[in-house]
Design a protein around this ligand. Structure first.
Ligand SMILES: [Cu+2]
Length: 92
C-alpha cells in the first residue's frame, strides 16, 4: 500500500513537471507578415500544431512567438506547419 502511494506521488510529480515543460520559440517569417490577415493566417494554422500552448504575432517586430510543450513538438514541426501555409521561418 505504501509502495502504491509512493508510485502515485511520483506519477503526480512527473505530471506537474510535464506541464511546466514549456518552451518559447521566436521566429521571423519569409515572406514577411504585412497585415492582420497574415497574422491571423499564421495564428489560425500554427495553433493546431500538437503541443502548441500559445501563439502571438508582432507586425512591427516581424516576429512570431510560440509557447509550446517541448515534449510534444519540436522546431521541425513548426517549420513544416509554416511551410504548409507558404512561409519559411528562422529563429530570431
Ligand atoms: Cu497580409
Amino acid at each position: 500500500m505504501k509502495n502504491l502511494l509512493t508510485a502515485f506521488m511520483l506519477m503526480l510529480a512527473g505530471n506537474s513537471f510535464a506541464q511546466t515543460a514549456a518552451d518559447t520559440l521566436v521566429v521571423t517569417t519569409q515572406p514577411q507578415m504585412h497585415c492582420q490577415g497574415c497574422e491571423n493566417k499564421i495564428k489560425n494554422n500554427i495553433r493546431f500544431v500538437k503541443g502548441t500552448k500559445q501563439i502571438s504575432t508582432s507586425l512591427e517586430e516581424q516576429k512570431v512567438t510560440i509557447v509550446y510543450n517541448s515534449k510534444k513538438a519540436n522546431y521541425d514541426d513548426f517549420v513544416a506547419a509554416f511551410k504548409k501555409i507558404g512561409y519559411e521561418i528562422k529563429k530570431k
